[in-house]
Structure formats: C-alpha cells, structure tokens
Design a protein around this ligand. Structure first.
Ligand code: TXA
Ligand code: MG
Length: 334
C-alpha cells in the first residue's frame, strides 16, 4: 500500500495520473471526499468492484455508491431524471448528497447488488473531483473501512483498517463533513430518505416537498428500504452507550462495576463534564460534532477503550445524521 500525500489546493497531476492508471487497471484507490474517505474502483468493471467487496469484507447484497464528476456524468448512468433529481442536484451537487435512480445497462450488477437502481453522487472534495477527471471513469466507492467498522475521516484510519488491501491511499487531510452523505431514493412514487446525513429531511423538503423516512410507514408503492442500511454499522470495537446530558455517567447502571472489574471506561461529551479519565469533548454545534465524531471513535478504539459513554445530542433536525450514527453504534454494542 502506498500512502501518498496530495495537496487539495494543488493536486499533483503526476500523482493523479498514477492513481487513475491504477483504477483503469482494475485496482483499488482510497481517496478523500468531503464526507468520509472512499474505497474506489472503476464502476464499469465488475471484477474491480468485486475487489472492493473482498477488501471490505462487505456482504454482496449491500450496493455501492457511484461517484461521478458532474450532473451530466450522473445522467449517463440513469434512465430517468425526474424534476426532484434536477432540483436536488442543482442545490447540492457537488456535495454530500446521493440520489438513487433507475440504472442503465452499463452499471454492473455487482455495483448495485443486483438492484435495478444505482446510487449516484457528485463529491465536492477537490481531490475526489480531480481524480474523477483524471480517470475519466465513474468510481464506485463505499466508505474505506472494513465492513461494520467506523468510517475513515483521515488517511491514517484507512491505512489502519485496510492497509495492504488497497493499491494507493491519497492523503488529502481530514474530511470536513465527517459523516456519510444523505441518501435519497427517487426511483419510486415518492422520495424516500434512506440515510440521514448533513443535509436534513427538512432541507430536502424545502426543494422537493414531502420526503418519506425509510422504515417509517413507507407506502407500498415506494422503493424498498435500502438493503445496506443494516443496524450493525458505524460501530467502534468498544461498546457504546448513550446517556442524557442531565445524568452523571459514573452513576449509570453497571459503570462502577465495569471500572472495578478493570475495564477501560471513558466518555464522549458535548456540554457536560465527567470524572472519567480520557474523556473527549466534541464541539457543541452539529457540524463541528459530525466533523470530529469518527476521529474520536477511532482514537478511543486505538487506545483500547472497552466502554464509551456518549452524551446524547439534541433531538433537532440538524442533529439527525449524528443521532442516526450514534444510535447504530450503540445498537450494535454488546
Ligand atoms: O458519503 C458517502 O456516501 C461515502 C463517500 C465515500 O462518498 N460513501 C458511503 O458509501 O458511505 P457506503 O457504501 O458505505 O454506503 C452506501 C449506502 C449503502 O449502504 C446502501 O444503503 C446505499 O448507500 N445504497 C447504495 N446503492 C443503493 C441502491 N441502489 N439502492 C438503495 N440504497 C443504495
Ligand atoms: Mg460505509
């Protein structure tokens, strides 16, 4: 594995040419996006896409997002471009939004896990953009982590999780958004939010009207829930438990016992203080919190923490993406 530093302000054309050549030869290249690092392969090469699944240990029923440089490139991969797609793309592309639409015959079944739809995203990160333009290919890329683990927001996270399984890692520094893109399914009768992200359901609705939350009374005519949205996802190795800001984490049931048994217990805080060694405090605003969340989880995992007590975040719309990731991580905890 080659970890190559690349300056987002002036991405080195020679390095991009090498990365593009690896992609054309069917190899894997990890690269930064504004959300999280992606593990990229030529989306039109079934064998290359298969390597993504092997490297991640990802179940074959979980489809992969296809990244393209612009709206025109996205439209070449779908048979439909409804008004809702036009509006959402105009407002948020390039950016942290993924649209699920009917696929063309060019998109291999390995990418879509056999579905007739494809997830399309135009990333805003200058390195992702430069790589797409250098390769002149659509790039299939899930988050660059082993399946079920916390997504990477720094190149070092990718190196630690995937190491020799990747041909090249482009290190463009830390990701600015920090949680995965908002995924909206536009292939059915009504728009369905499959995965919340930094763009909220309420913001989507201002552009295209009512959006249905996946799993929340989705009408029978709408698309099925996304096959990859498993509960066990985004999980650190440590167990993770949420607690209300008003409570003392040390007083939570089982915590003193865990400490007495020699377990390493720490807290991920936002507004409160906790008398637990090694506790981390994340920013009080949702964007700042999202940017640092995965990095904090990676750091606590690397430190060998057994139990992370996480102060709950607000119930408001702007926190929906973070709440979703914390709930999933807590759900999968032992
Ligand atoms: O921010 C992101 O979206 C990052 C960066 C690298 O772009 N990518 C990412 O990919 O999070 P991944 O594979 O970890 O998550 C993609 C999710 C899948 O779990 C699946 O739920 C959904 O997108 N998805 C992909 N294709 C789909 C399809 N055809 N229909 C429904 N859902 C789909
Ligand atoms: Mg992922």
């Amino acid at each position: 594995m080659a970890l190559e530093a690349i300056d987002p302000a002036h991405p080195d054309p020679a390095l991009l040419a090498r990365a593009a050549e690896l992609l054309r030869r069917g190899q894997l290249v990890a690269f930064p996006t504004e959300t999280v690092y992606g593990l990229g392969a030529n989306a039109l090469d079934s064998v290359a896409v298969e390597r993504i699944f092997q490297a991640k240990g990802r179940p074959s029923y979980n489809p992969v997002i296809v990244h393209v440089a612009d709206e025109a490139a996205a439209r070449r991969l779908t048979t439909a471009w409804p008004e809702a797609a036009r509006r959402l793309a105009a407002r948020w592309w390039p950016g942290p939004l993924t649209l699920v639409l009917p696929k063309t015959a060019d998109v291999p079944a390995t990418v879509t896990a056999g579905l007739e739809t494809v997830a399309l995203r135009v990333p805003a990160h200058p390195v992702a953009q430069a790589l797409l333009r250098a390769a002149q290919l659509p790039i299939a890329a899930p988050s660059a982590n082993r399946s079920g683990q916390v997504s990477p927001t720094e190149a070092s996270h990718v190196a630690r999780g995937l190491g020799s399984r990747v041909g090249m890692i482009l290190d463009g520094g830390p990701c600015t958004i920090g949680i995965e893109s908002t995924v909206v399914d536009l292939s059915g009768d009504r728009p369905v939010l499959l995965r919340p992200g930094s763009i909220s359901l309420e913001e989507l609705a201002t552009e295209i009207g009512p959006v249905v939350r996946a799993g929340h009374a989705v009408p029978a005519t709408a698309a099925r829930p996304s096959p990859g949205m498993l509960d066990r996802h985004y999980a650190p190795n440590a167990a993770l438990r949420l607690f209300p800001s008003t409570e003392d984490p040390l007083a939570l049931p089982g915590v003193r016992e865990a400490l007495a048994a020699g377990k390493v217990v720490t807290a991920l805080l936002r507004t409160t203080a906790a008398r637990l060694p090694g506790s981390l405090t994340l920013p009080a605003d949702s964007a700042g919190y999202a940017r640092q969340l995965y990095g904090a989880l990676h750091r606590l995992d690397a430190a060998g923490v057994d139990l992370i007590l996480v102060e709950q975040v607000p119930e408001t719309a702007e926190w929906a993406g973070v709440r979703d990731r914390l709930a999933r991580a807590a759900h999968s905890s032992p």
